[in-house]
Write a protein that binds this ligand. Structure first.
Ligand code: F6P
Length: 377
């Protein structure tokens, strides 16, 4: 669609809140209004607002003073367009969303979010909505983009937490374990672990052997220092647990009947429940195996909160303004990806449903090993 045909666009933020979302809303809004004179409406609470027609007309005054504010002024949710809880029951809201999009005479929709958002966006693009997405998540696990909005801030917060945990660890000669977010991808834990000088880093991509971790800590206590810092991703798993998860995943993939699929899903849910609280289990096991005291600090939402770093403000502003420029030049069905110093549109279907995990031969992994960090394997 040529530039002059765009008059009105919609915008929403979806998935977990992330530092830099407001910087992205501001960038899209200011460029849309200031450069092109487009109207822009913001839907509240992610795709839920689009389905229920809960919106706000965004004017210049709404876009001022939000660059440094954490969270998202539009609100967010993890709702799926085809399975949304509305009026107390799960409903497919795809039709309602398309209706609202048309009723507002929107020419395009900008969705800022992570993996779940890309999947929702693809579904809506297939229904004829002209959609462009921006990648956001502290997990940094969206494919085809060098970075996602929020990762840089969370990396800084988690690194600072590890720095601060060193005080108690060395003063009390303890094992101090920091649990860092990331169920599937270990970018945040690996990055913060390296930057904060953690002695042990456990990520989902590298299943661990608790005996090997204990041996590394005992060796360190004998030769170097009596304390150790362990950075553990939420989704880090022992080799036995990882094998059980893989078997259940295989069973789900191979399931032929709905019944078989149901059983496999149930097994996965059981495993998830058993895995909850794994970091505390690691602490108990390490105490038993090393004779040292262990303490756990779960960083939780502290990692997602507060002022975005300059890196995230810059990334959000680059991606947000490029998004408007791409829309003006006719883009549709793409995610705006950061690649090197530039920005590239990539098809949403090539990122939706995919995860960018830490490759085992990634330079960060090699560097961590080279400075003597135990990765649990
Ligand atoms: O996707 C970002 C993230 O912060 C993950 O690191 C974390 O596992 C998850 O969200 C937590 O989600 P919620 O806030 O919905 O519990």
């Amino acid at each position: 669609m040529p530039a002059k045909q765009i008059k009105r666009i919609g915008i929403l933020t979806a998935g977990g809140d992330s530092p830099g979302l407001n910087a992205a809303i501001r960038a899209v809004g200011k460029a849309a209004i200031g450069e092109h004179g487009w109207e822009i409406i913001g839907f509240r609470d992610g795709f839920l607002g689009l389905a229920l027609d809960n919106f706000i007309e965004l004017r210049k005054e709404h876009l001022s003073g939000i660059l440094t504010v954490g969270g998202t002024v539009l609100g967010t949710s993890r709702d799926k367009v085809h399975r949304m809880m509305v009026d107390g029951r799960e409903q497919d809201m795809t039709r309602a969303i398309v209706r609202n999009y048309r009723r507002h005479r929107l020419d395009a929709l900008v969705c800022i979010g992570g993996g779940g958002t890309q999947k929702n966006a693809l579904r809506l693009a297939q229904e004829g909505i002209r959609i462009v997405t921006l990648p956001k998540t502290i997990d940094n696990d969206v494919p085809m983009t060098d970075a996602t909005i929020g990762f840089n801030t969370a990396l800084g917060i988690a690194t600072e937490a590890i720095d601060r945990l060193h005080s108690t660890a060395h003063s009390h000669h303890r094992i101090v374990i920091a649990e860092i977010m990331g169920h599937k991808a270990g970018w945040l834990t690996l990055g913060a672990g390296i930057a904060g000088g953690a002695d042990v880093i456990l990520i989902p991509e590298i299943p661990y052997d608790i005996e090997k971790i204990a041996a590394a800590i005992r060796r360190r206590a004998k030769l170097d220092a009596k304390f150790s810092i362990v950075a553990v991703a939420e989704g880090a798993k022992s080799q036995e647990d990882a094998a059980a998860f893989e078997a259940a995943e295989r069973r789900r993939a191979k399931a032929k009947t709905p019944e078989e699929k149901g059983f496999a899903k149930l097994r996965l849910a059981e495993l998830e429940t058993e895995h909850a609280g794994n970091t505390l289990r690691v602490a108990r096991q390490l105490e038993g195996l090393t004779g040292l005291e262990a303490r756990v600090t779960i960083l939780g939402y502290v990692q997602r909160g507060g002022t975005p770093s300059y890196g995230d403000r810059l990334l959000a502003t680059r991606l947000g303004t490029a998004c408007v420029d791409l829309l003006a030049r006719g883009a549709a069905g793409v995610m705006v990806a950061a690649q090197g110093y530039g920005v590239q549109p990539v098809p949403i279907e090539s990122v939706a449903g995919k995860l960018k995990l830490v490759p085992l031969d990634h330079p960060w992994v090699a560097s961590a090993r080279a400075v003597g960090t135990c990765l649990g394997d």
